[in-house]
Design a protein around this ligand. Structure first.
Ligand code: ADP
Ligand code: MG
Length: 607
């Protein structure tokens, strides 16, 4: 075989190869250009795309701009103004630092950059195609920069072929612009696609911006969260459990205002929702993490979409605890309202409605640029709005807005019915309690299930057994499969409070049961717990204890049809309202309903 010499690749080829990492699709171009504009301290950005960005991406800003030397150098490989030394990397505060984006984009598209520094009179225009020679000319422009990227991958047919339809590419581009809209509410942002204005957002406090981009319905389903420690600040919103989404696409995680994906944190949020969500649904969350840049490494992914924390476990615990706390302390339990569409298909006329928050200046803000600030659809240029007033952190923005936005009409807290309040049992199924604001209806089975479920989890966690010994141990014959399941689960079953002796030949002697199991029910409950456990295991094979806690709580709880004495009802309610989640059962069904006096008055025509 002919010997191949080792040689250094020409820059043009090297850039084309690097582009493979940095530029996946039009979305990456949009993201990199927007980030450059933000790094240049722009206050107003415009994004124009055609055919989902496959034909054209143009980002214009009113930022610092570049002089000719910088404008030319910016296209060089590893050309950056953002770090000087390796040490700078340790505390990076800008989006960019790798100096790869412009070189990579230019290697695989036709690029024009028009830029003007504020203190210079003239703009510089730099053109390049497929990473070839730069041509430089002069022109006029407001201070700032416009980068136009045409015919992405025109010279890399293999990659051009892999682009999806313009609609799909548009969706990705939209997501990228959307994320910037969320994390930079103080920046004016306009987005135009194929000549249509998709949105045009005025600088606004975060809650107003969120209202603009998500709409009122979504926003009213959110709970604000906020927590800070010496190392980490987390602010943002999470959805009420009743507002799960069918897909995971409503998860926004920003680290020092940079959108990132992080499985650990996503998992921390999920784990906090545990069983509050309906199967197959995911929470909406929007979390801004602020952390000392020294304690996090953003340089582990070519597009910086991932980050590595010094103390990932610590961050996990912090976020899980925060979300859990916020869910517990928030009044999200459903109340009956008339705002639904009574009589709609499959509806009884009553409907769960979330608590409505009032938004000052509510509705969509139809913000427009002042008359003189026309947007040129080709250059997309818009003039600068407010001069920069120093950097604003997400939490400052939140602080400014949240209280105001959430100064909702005083919501009645879901407190337990006062001691001595009259209680009724309805159809041996529901407990009705008079409360100050009206009436509360509690589903006795799911309420008890919640109590037992949390108790079971506590027992596992504390490894403290709480078992009642049977006067007359019960001998139970199981199927071979159940017997081996008991063998497998013995430790955890004992953790719950079962005291079991395995006698071989599929025979188990039950010597003790958890304190909540009713006398006489021991055998049935053990068998039913095993049966249900097998069902849950199919869905979540790894959550042994959780599945067991769910099976146990479901099978040992009082059932619909069980008559309860007043004392039992009272005990049930007392126990319910000290659980962490009194409003939703471990499977996501509601436990408590409330009908207010106003609601009744309305229905009786008194209002
Ligand atoms: P990086 O952002 O990692 O530094 P880029 O290739 O994205 O690398 O950009 C190279 C350099 O070009 C930047 O460091 C910056 O100095 C300059 N630059 C790019 N875009 C702009 C812009 N919109 N406004 C001002 N300067 C810019
Ligand atoms: Mg950059």
């Amino acid at each position: 075989m002919e010997q191949r010499r080792v040689r250094v690749l020409p820059e043009q080829i090297a850039n084309k190869i690097a582009a493979g990492e940095v530029v996946q699709r039009p979305e990456s171009v949009v993201k990199e250009l927007l980030e450059n504009s933000l790094d240049a301290e722009s206050r107003s950005l415009s994004v124009v795309v055609k055919e989902g960005g496959t034909n054209l991406v143009q980002v214009s800003d009113d930022g610092a701009g570049m002089d000719e030397e910088d404008a030319v150098n910016a296209f060089g490989r590893h050309a950056t103004s953002k770090i000087v030394s390796y040490e700078d990397l340790e505390a990076i505060r800008t989006f960019g630092f790798r100096g790869e984006a412009l070189a990579s984009i230019a290697a695989v598209a036709r690029v024009t950059m028009k830029t003007r520094r504020r203190e210079l009179d003239e703009a510089v225009i730099v053109k390049t195609e497929g990473g070839g020679k730069l041509s430089v000319s002069r022109g006029a422009r407001e201070p700032g920069t416009t980068v136009t990227v045409q015919n992405l991958f025109f010279n890399v047919p293999a990659r051009r072929k892999f682009l999806k339809s313009p609609t799909t590419e548009f969706r990705h581009v939209y997501d990228a612009v959307h994320r910037i809209a969320i994390s930079y509410p103080e920046i004016a942002l306009e987005f135009v696609s194929d000549g249509d204005q998709i949105f045009k957002l005025a600088p606004a406090p975060l809650p107003q911006r969120l209202l603009d981009v998500f709409g009122e319905r979504q926003l009213s389903a959110l709970i604000p969260v906020e927590e800070r420690s010496d190392l980490l600040t987390v602010t943002g919103y999470i959805s009420k459990p009743s507002f799960g989404h069918r897909s995971r696409s409503h998860q926004y995680l920003f680290l020092n205002r940079r959108f990132i994906g992080n499985r650990t944190i996503n998992h921390a949020v999920f784990s906090a929702y545990e069983n509050l969500l309906e199967k197959g649904t995911f929470p909406f969350f929007l979390l801004f993490l602020e952390i000392d840049p020294h304690r996090v490494d953003i340089n582990i992914h070519p597009s910086k979409l991932e980050a590595k924390f010094d103390d990932e476990q610590g961050v996990y615990r912090f976020i899980a605890a925060l979300v859990r706390k916020s869910l517990t302390s928030s009044d999200f339990f459903p109340s009956l309202g008339m705002t639904g569409s009574p009589g709609g298909p499959g509806e009884t006329g009553l409907r769960f409605t979330p608590a409505q928050h009032e938004w000052p200046g509510g509705g969509q803000t139809a913000w427009t640029f002042p008359e003189r600030d026309k947007v040129d659809p080709v250059t997309g240029e818009i003039v600068r709005l407010q001069p920069p007033d120093g950097t604003t952190t997400a939490s400052q923005l939140l602080r400014g807005g949240i209280e105001e936005m959430f100064r909702a009409p005083q919501q009645e807290r879901a407190t337990p019915p006062p001691a001595g309040a009259p209680l009724w049992q309805l159809h041996n199924k529901y407990i009705m309690a008079a409360v100050e604001s009206g009436v509360m209806i509690i589903d006795q089975h799911v309420a008890h299930e919640r109590i037992l479920y949390e108790r079971a989890l506590r027992r596992f966690a504390a490894e403290a057994r709480s078992s009642q010994q049977l006067l007359f141990p019960k001998t139970v014959e199981l199927s071979a499969a159940d017997y081996s399941l008991v063998e497998e689960l013995q430790r955890d079953l004992e953790g719950l409070g079962f005291d079991l002796k395995l006698f071989g030949r599929n025979t188990v002697v039950v010597e003790g049961v958890p304190t909540d199991v009713r006398v006489g029910d021991e055998e049935r409950i053990l068998e039913e717990v095993l049966t249900l456990y097998k069902e849950y295991r199919r869905d979540a094979p790894t959550n042994v204890r959780d599945n067991l806690a769910k099976s146990y709580s479901c099978r040992s709880a009082v059932k619909a049809g069980d008559p309860l004495t007043e004392q039992e009802m009272r005990a049930l309610l007392d126990d319910l309202f000290v659980t962490r989640m009194p409003y939703v059962c471990p499977h996501g069904r509601p436990i408590v309903l409330r009908i207010s006096i106003e609601e009744m008055d309305r229905r009786f025509g008194r209002l």
